[in-house]
Ligand binder design. Structure first.
Ligand SMILES: Nc1ncnc2c1ncn2[C@@H]1O[C@H](COP(=O)(O)OP(=O)(O)OP(=O)(O)O)[C@@H](O)[C@H]1O
Length: 263
């Protein structure tokens, strides 16, 4: 299903080969991300999930293959066009990637100052709006070092949302968060999809979170270095027979046969 060309695909990856020098990380990779879906990039440690995300957001040029964004070939575009297309992206990196010398509000204002011609008052209003959207309305004047891990992620998210991107990329959003904070972030991601109509791509190991929020996905294999399954995390958990996928999904199923076998 995920590989069929559909009118409502926002992203489509085809024949993608990603390599660092001679070292191929993933090859012949293909999948589509439907408009409004929350799409999981899954797989064991080191299989290349973050590398795939980098190729999708413009940080790593593929060795071969295409990344289509709204049917436009991202990597064939010139630099100016790529940066225009990139305006549709909001990216949240693992640690929030905030500038440590700026307040939270200044961090969120930065993309607005760089990429729009809005005046200071309008930027201020938008910054407040984005911060309140992520439940950080009172923290604008704090420095990143004064924030907890979960708050840093939310501040990073407010900054990622500054330019109203239609496509959000999250690299390990729940990493290092306690279960309650992680659940809040899941709810926020669902709200962004449902309220703003965003399309979301998530790289994550956190199976409970993936089962709760993702409705599609791809599973990357480190050994064959390509996708070995397509579908939502729940579908793969319940219906995929591939031993690698089963072993991965079984980690979070107390009492499952695979876990009992391991014990
Ligand atoms: N800049 C780089 N130069 C060389 N090799 C790299 C580089 N970045 C990543 N790699 C290698 O590419 C492989 C895939 O890394 P990547 O971070 O994409 O995996 P991942 O699936 O996201 O892993 P994890 O789940 O552990 O975060 C790893 O073997 C890693 O060592």
């Amino acid at each position: 299903m995920a590989q069929d060309q559909k009118d409502d695909d926002r992203l489509r990856v085809d024949g993608l080969r990603l390599a660092f020098g001679e070292r191929v990380i993933q090859r012949d990779l293909g999948f589509s991300v439907r408009n409004g879906s929350i799409f999981a990039v899954m797989g064991g440690s080191g299989c290349g999930k973050s590398t795939v995300l980098k190729a999708m957001v413009g940080l790593l040029r593929p060795a071969a293959g295409t990344v289509l964004v709204d049917d436009e070939d991202y990597w064939s575009a010139d630099d100016a066009r790529r940066s225009e297309i990139g305006r549709r992206f909001g990216v949240l990196f693992q640690n929030g990637a905030l500038w440590s010398s700026m307040t939270v509000a200044e961090n969120v204002a930065l993309p607005l100052q760089m990429f729009t011609s809005l005046d200071a008052a309008s930027i201020d209003t938008l910054v407040r709006l984005k911060l309140s959207l992520v439940g950080m309305g009172a923290a604008g004047q704090r420095m990143p070092s004064e924030l907890s891990g979960g708050m840093r992620k939310r501040a990073g998210l407010a900054r990622a949302l500054a330019l109203d991107p239609g496509i959000l990329f999250f690299d390990e959003p729940s990493a290092g968060l306690d279960p309650i904070t992680s659940k809040r972030l899941d709810d926020l991601i669902l709200e962004l999809r449902d309220g703003l109509g965003a399309t979301v791509v998530i790289v994550s190991h956190e199976l409970p979170s993936l089962f709760t929020i993702c409705d599609d996905g791809v599973f990357l294999d480190a050994e064959t270095r390509t996708a070995i399954a397509h579908g939502s995390p729940r579908d793969l958990r319940d219906h995929c027979d591939h031993p690698t996928v089963r072993a991965f999904m079984a980690r979070e199923r107390p009492g499952s046969t695979d876990q009992k076998e391991k014990a």
